[in-house]
Design a binder for this molecule. Structure first.
Ligand SMILES: [Zn+2]
Length: 466
């Protein structure tokens, strides 16, 4: 029985304003080679200066992933030659990274260890056209953290959960938007198989940019390695690419060892010192993280776990929900409006992610308060909310006096009385034991109230009177 063993190296682009060693803008997507300077394109003599924010963001990420922080760490040169790397070395961290020994906890309680997190610069981007290769150096010098996990992942399901959790934690801490499609989060997946307790030789699948592809590539590679071993072959330690179209991996190069990079201390930069006070200050600014939010929603707000998971999946939705449910009796109603009406309105993942609405949390809260006070029934509340989402108008502008307020206990009593007086035959039927007859009276009251009354309440009231 072959077992799968996998570890992840995840590159996350940090959302700082400027690049890691210069003052160039770190904004995504602009004309090629317009966000460059002598430092990030590696002109001789240009001196790097470490962006303090990068260190702060990396520590923030480390603390959120339960890491320890090195009070003293260093920048190192990783030497290799490639057209996207104009200096012929990448400034990274080698033997002493900023963060170490953290973990991500899966729902099962199993912990996936985080070996280390280090900071480094991104390389430029090669654009392959038909007959030529173009280079865009806008990405050169973009700050990255590399999050290295222990080989604790043993299935594609665990891989999916790990990446989803990691991504969400990074987004809640606001160190990165982690858009896998745009490459601001990319995973290298190490994979080996073995039918003994000893780990097998691993291969590394580079630059995976979606969770679905990660799972497909892992499944393919798992089967491929088993087949090689079953046929008496051995696994070569190598770097692989994943071909999305065929769903297969292909060899890119045999894997380099650390020795091949001739790491040495970066002589143009000082060591990085971080004090206990700095670490504590950063820890204080950490937001409530997703898993804790879920627990709180369930325990304190009466939301079921599945709904809580949907609410926290997008940080903006969670924020909106929390604002809208302050001061209402039933946060569950708020959740239902968001997951039902609003999510029905925002069809795509991107729209849910952005969560740009014409209404404020306060106006949703307003609707819920009207429902809770019995002034507005549920179905009218839903259609009103739909109109609000389209028009941006407030509930008060859309609801007439007739819809609102006018319908209270007295009115209910009055209409029920009227229903009984005008329908003596039905009342007689009901008294004679035809329970269903009462629905005709309920229907009468609902018509008279133009649908504003609450049918359940009407039924109760009618029974009471009769
Ligand atoms: Zn620059």
């Amino acid at each position: 029985m072959y077992k799968l063993t996998s570890g992840f190296e995840t590159h996350v682009e940090l959302k700082t304003n400027t690049k890691i060693f210069c003052c160039c803008s770190n904004e995504f997507g602009s004309e090629p080679n317009t966000r460059c300077c002598p430092v990030c394109i590696g002109l001789p003599g240009a001196m790097p200066r470490l962006n303090k924010k990068v260190v702060e963001f990396a520590v923030r990420a480390g603390l959120a992933l339960n890491c320890k922080i090195n009070s003293l760490s260093y920048m190192d040169r990783k030497n290799y030659s490639y057209p996207d790397l104009p200096k012929a070395y990448q400034i990274s961290q080698y033997d002493v990274p900023l963060c170490y020994e953290g973990f991500v906890e899966l729902d099962s309680g199993k912990r996936i260890g985080i070996t280390r997190i280090h900071i480094e610069e991104d390389a430029g981007k090669l654009i392959h056209n038909d007959a030529e290769i173009l280079i865009d150096y806008n990405r050169a010098g973009v700050p990255l953290i590399e999050i290295v996990s222990e080989p604790d992942i043993q299935s594609t399901e665990e891989a999916k959960e790990f990446v989803e959790k990691l991504r969400l934690i990074m987004r809640y801490t606001e160190v990165s938007d982690c858009k896998m499609q745009e490459g601001s989060m990319r995973c290298d997946v190490n994979i080996s198989v073995s039918d003994t307790d000893k780990l097998g030789t691993r291969t590394e699948i580079k630059n995976m940019n979606s969770i679905a592809n990660i799972q497909k590539a892992m499944e393919y590679e798992f089967e491929r390695q088993i087949e090689v071993l079953e046929n008496g072959g051995s696994i070569t330690q190598e770097t692989l690419g994943f071909d999305e179209k065929s769903g297969t991996t292909y060899s890119m190069r045999t894997k380099e060892d650390a020795d091949d990079y001739r790491f040495f201390r970066e002589p143009d930069l000082l060591a990085i010192h971080i004090s206990e006070e700095d670490i504590e200050r950063i820890r204080q600014t950490l937001p409530e993280l997703p898993d804790k939010k879920i627990k709180r929603y369930v325990a304190e707000l009466g939301i079921n776990k599945k709904d809580a998971e949907l609410l926290i999946k997008y940080p903006r939705v969670a924020e909106f929900f929390e604002k809208a449910s302050k001061g209402v009796n039933s946060p569950k109603k708020v959740a239902n409006f968001i997951l039902g009406v609003i999510f029905g309105f925002l069809k795509s993942e991107t729209l849910k992610e952005e969560f740009k609405l014409k209404i404020t949390p306060e106006s949703l809260k307003g609707i819920v308060l009207l429902v809770e006070s019995g002034k507005l029934n549920m179905s009218k509340a839903k259609t009103t909310l739909e109109q609000m989402l389209l028009s941006g108008k407030r509930a008060e502008e859309l609801l007439s006096n007739e819809d609102l307020g006018g319908f209270d206990e007295d009115m209910l009593l009055c209409l029920c009385g009227k229903a009984i007086d005008t329908n003596p035959k039905i009342v007689a039927d009901y008294k004679a034991g035809k329970d269903k007859a009462i629905m005709a009276l309920v229907g009468y009251v609902m018509r008279e109230s133009k649908g504003r009354a609450d049918a359940e309440k009407v039924k109760e009231k009618l029974k009471e009177i009769i």
